[in-house]
Design a binder for this molecule. Structure first.
Ligand SMILES: [Zn+2]
Length: 574
């Protein structure tokens, strides 16, 4: 079934509702924020902004013919022009600020490659200053007349985008071609930010409630696939095609994308965790449909697994789409980018399908506030890969084997999370693997895995459609698991070294049972982590020795601990 036949009736009804609702108103790691990530003027989730955008209405004309007619695709530029309406609401902070000072400045983000043609506040043209990536509008005259009133900021813009060098890491508009030399174009902007291609308030800490997307492009046989509920394409009087869609949930702006190619589309049926019949949509380059239809039955199993392990998929109203892209992948909400060429890894699953889809739970539904909180997205999405293995093959060792493979990639060169005031730093892959291992170890430290699993589902439920920072996360988990977990989170998130469990053999009895004197190094006194080693349970301390009796080979004892807990084990005198 083509996309235009899917849910179109529902789209019309829901679209009308939204308008009425806004009256004024990598094997390595993937997902690309590896270095020099756009800062997006990050701040606390709860503070720092005078206005928030409730709703974006983005229109853009994409001149794909101008691009592909130029020789040397990767050296071409991609002409775009458009308009965005930002439906702004003042925040409490702004009201206080207005009382204290009569002047008020509204600012938003627009990359230096964007040209702002004109700007209006409630249809009143305003002067503005565009310097580097920041646009400032003096609202003094406006706020005097409209204190606390919501308003609509309209920005007209154009740009000639330079194609991405190495997407999805060095990102932007992606210009490629299919096997027949026909255009294959996309957008991915986690590193550069949405403001690299349209004006917006480009912050991780707040998301709009919904976004309307309209793209016009020449009719040359290609189709466009974007986020959310997509309406049937319309032919314009000038011959171009118009594609409209509505994202009806909060969305990180870097997730907004478009994909243009000669796509074939199909759906696979899926019954969700609440028993409702849903469709999973797939958009693959022409010629690959039959093979892909058989291959992506894996996605049906994956969705069932994630829903059972974590909780219901959060975006059914907008659907689940997977779109073939010329780059490896990205977690574009309800429009997951896939460029893994139908390849499964040695564990039998498609890494890109699973990792990027896991971000629908961890990253898109539950979202971080700041770049240095992105370990929340990546650690849980990475751990989701192995949790899916565990769910699918509960009696095998695949889960633990997979985790052991990830452990070899941990660097311990810098903390996973950064404290406040250290926004700008290079993130490394420990936000994937070490963060995943932290969750793995904490789960093993619990007397009952099912209690941890229930807490994880509650965490998902509580923060779906919300942004949180590292502190909010640790507060939640300490409330669930106990205050003693504060020291564990503190160590794994804010210290770079692993704990060292020192096990000093002091004797062996006639039945081959060793007595070990244990203590922890490189941790603070507050690190209190329960250790289960099959034959018993103990909580090693940093300031005193704990005696442990172990039956069997000590090398096995050490190896088994390091398969379950993120700590080094040092055997002495054995
Ligand atoms: Zn990721």
């Amino acid at each position: 079934m083509g996309i235009s036949g899917i849910k179109s009736g529902f789209f019309v009804v829901f679209y009308a509702m939204i308008i009425a609702f806004h009256p004024a108103d990598c094997s390595p790691a993937l997902c690309a924020f590896n270095a020099n990530m756009h800062d997006r003027r990050s701040g606390d989730c709860s503070a720092g902004m005078a206005y928030r955008v409730q709703y974006y209405d983005l229109y853009m004309a994409l001149d794909t013919l101008a691009l592909i007619h130029q020789p040397g695709l990767n050296k071409a530029v991609f002409p775009i022009s458009g308009r965005v309406d930002m439906h702004l609401a003042t925040t409490g902070m702004n009201q206080a600020a207005i009382k204290q000072r009569p002047r008020s400045v509204l600012d938003f983000d627009a990359g230096p490659q964007l040209v702002i043609d004109s700007l209006f506040v409630d249809q009143q043209q305003m002067a503005f200053r565009h310097h580097k990536s920041r646009v400032q509008v003096d609202l003094e005259s406006y706020v005097r007349k409209n204190v606390n009133a919501p308003c609509i900021l309209t920005v007209f813009f154009h740009a000639r985008l330079i194609p991405a060098v190495k997407p999805p890491w060095e990102d932007g508009v992606v210009v490629s071609s299919d096997d027949r030399g026909r255009p294959w174009i996309g957008m991915t902007c986690q590193t550069s930010g949405a403001s690299a291609w349209w004006p917006c308030m480009d912050r991780l800490s707040t998301e709009p409630d919904s976004v309307r997307l309209t793209f016009d492009l020449p009719q040359n046989g290609t189709v466009l696939v974007t986020n959310g509920q997509q309406a049937p394409a319309e032919r314009l009087p000038d011959g171009r095609m118009r594609y409209r869609a509505l994202v009806s949930y909060p969305i990180n702006l870097y997730n907004i994308t478009f994909n243009i190619a000669h796509y074939e589309s199909f759906t696979l049926p899926y019954r969700d965790s609440e028993g409702k019949d849903q469709s999973l949509e797939f958009h693959m380059l022409e010629g690959g449909e039959e093979q892909a239809k058989a291959y992506f039955t894996e996605a049906q199993t994956m969705m069932e697994g994630f829903e059972q392990v974590f909780g219901p998929y959060a975006f059914w109203r907008d659907g689940y789409k997977l779109v073939e892209t010329p780059y490896w992948g990205m977690e574009h909400q309800s429009c997951v980018a896939y460029g893994n060429h139908l390849k499964r890894n040695k564990y039998g699953f498609d890494f890109i399908l699973v990792h990027e889809s896991a971000h629908e739970w961890w990253g898109n539904a539950v979202s971080a506030c700041r770049p240095h909180d992105l370990w929340i997205h990546e650690g849980l999405a990475t751990w989701s890969e192995s949790r899916l293995l565990e769910w699918r093959y509960p009696d095998s060792s695949l889960y633990i084997d997979y985790m052991v493979g990830l452990r070899d990639r941990i660097h311990n060169k810098q903390p996973v999370a950064a404290k406040k005031g250290t926004h700008k730093r290079q993130l490394d892959t420990d936000v994937y693997y070490k963060a995943a291992w932290m969750w793995h170890g904490i789960r093993h430290s619990m007397p009952s895995k099912s209690r941890f699993d229930e807490a994880l589902r509650q965490f998902y439920q509580q923060y779906t459609y919300k942004n949180l920072d590292t502190r909010a996360l640790t507060n939640f988990w300490c409330a669930q698991l106990g205050a003693s977990y504060a020291g564990i989170f503190d160590h794994y998130l804010y210290r770079k070294h692993l704990p060292v469990l020192v096990c000093d053999k002091i004797g062996i009895d006639s039945e081959g049972v060793y007595t070990l004197k244990t203590h922890l190094r490189r941790v603070s006194r507050s690190f209190q982590m329960g250790i289960d080693f099959g034959g018993g349970h103990f909580i090693p301390q940093s300031r005193k020795k704990t005696m442990v009796r172990v039956r069997g080979d000590l090398e096995n004892f050490s190896a088994n601990l390091q398969r379950k807990y993120l700590m080094d084990v040092q055997l002495k005198n054995h």
